[in-house]
Design a protein around this ligand. Structure first.
Ligand code: TXA
Ligand code: MG
Length: 354
């Protein structure tokens, strides 16, 4: 991998300039970090195998993990996929632009470097003016994974992408914090029923409301067994893993808080720098915890905060993170990410028998 100088352009200072610089770089076959509503993306011209290969080098990403193709308007889909069925069409109408990536059968226009040899391609139209502006001006679909190095949480601030990719990409467009904060929902539309491969801000319930039905891939909350066919190749890698040992605790709120309090104080006694992560409504259960981070009041809050907070845990050298989970309130997207970050270190707290 060649080292290069990394320039950051601030879209809030010069929107048109940022769009122009981003589009120019893509047209040259270069890499651009750009904001989307979910997380920052590391983009390249999706029609150029050479440009796309550089994404994998810059991220240190396994070659068998396919990329999402980003478009600025529906017309750009023409020629990329063999067919858009009625249900896929309905999902596009309902959720584009927005955090939904739709897997469809690809044409030969999409190089195998993008699809990692699969017959399908995931496409999405981001709900971010900077992203769509750059893609439209470049005039090509843009392949873009999250702009982190492999194994790090996805970047929700331009600074995160800079920390990971400085010297490996020529251009970062800073568009401020990402609104959603977790990656798009990936839904496979090649079958009869929409199949959610990765949970995101668009929930299975929202998909079912539009499509009439939905299935959720079993690997979403569980480990992928060795040898098992992996529907979304990205799900098989240990992701989003901070240096700190993350423990997820689930169960009755008050019982979880008892266990968390005990574990926190035990950790501190052993001299371990320990933090508690929870929703705002847990504040009263943790009156004397020094390092506590509130993730907001609901799923949207937790999604927006999660990756930034996990990075902060590393920056501040925390050794242990106790995550007070509230599955219903936090939602599938956050639970899926934190369980992966925890490497499946999950404690299910049972109510005490009296
Ligand atoms: O929100 C997002 O989706 C962000 C922003 C930048 O748009 N992008 C993103 O890309 O998260 P990435 O590469 O980090 O994750 C793409 C996920 C992976 O889990 C990958 O396996 C899956 O989508 N994927 C891509 N193409 C697929 C396909 N044809 N079939 C099944 N899964 C696919
Ligand atoms: Mg990623």
């Amino acid at each position: 991998m060649m080292k290069c100088a990394t320039r950051t352009v601030f879209a809030n200072k010069d929107f048109d300039g940022a769009i122009r610089d981003g589009a120019d770089e893509l047209k040259k076959g270069g890499l651009v970090v750009f904001p989307t509503e979910t997380v920052y993306g590391l983009g390249a011209n999706a029609l150029s195998p050479e440009a796309v290969k550089n994404i994998f080098f810059a991220k240190g990403r396994p070659q068998d993990n396919p990329l999402i193709v980003h478009i600025a308007e529906q017309g750009q889909l023409d020629g990329l996929v063999t067919e858009v069925n009625d249900m896929a069409c309905a999902l596009m109408d309902a959720f584009w632009p927005g955090p939904l990536s739709i897997v469809m059968k690809k044409t030969d226009v999409i190089p195998p470097e993008v699809s990692a040899g699969l017959e399908t391609v995931a496409v999405r139209m981001p709900d971010n003016d900077i992203a769509r502006g750059i893609i439209a001006l470049a005039g090509v679909p843009v392949a873009a994974p999250s702009a982190n190095t492999s194994g790090k949480p996805s970047p929700t601030l331009a600074m995160h992408a800079y920390e990971d990719l400085c010297g490996r990409v020529p251009l970062i467009i800073d568009g401020g914090p990402c609104r959603v904060g977790v990656e798009s929902t990936v839904v496979d539309m090649t079958g009869e029923v929409p199949l959610v491969l990765r949970p995101g801000d668009i929930t299975p319930e929202m998909i079912a409301q539009v499509a009439g039905d939905v299935r959720v891939h079993p690997s979403i909350m569980g480990e992928v067994e060795a040898g098992e066919v992996c529907a979304s190749p990205g799900m098989k890698y240990k992701h989003y893993s901070p240096e700190a040992k993350v423990t997820v605790l689930t169960g009755d709120k008050k019982e979880v808080a008892k266990t968390v309090n005990t574990m926190y104080h035990n950790g501190r006694t052993q001299g371990k720098k320990t933090a508690v992560l929870c929703l705002d409504d847990c504040a009263e259960l943790y009156p004397d915890i020094k390092y506590i981070v509130f993730l907001g009041k609901d799923a949207h809050g937790a999604e927006a905060a999660l990756f930034r907070v996990l990075r902060e845990m590393d920056d501040q050298n925390f050794e242990a993170v106790l995550f007070h989970a509230q599955e219903e309130k936090m939602g599938l997207a956050v639970m899926n990410r934190i369980i992966r970050a925890a490497g499946h270190e999950i404690i299910s707290v049972k109510e005490e028998k009296v």
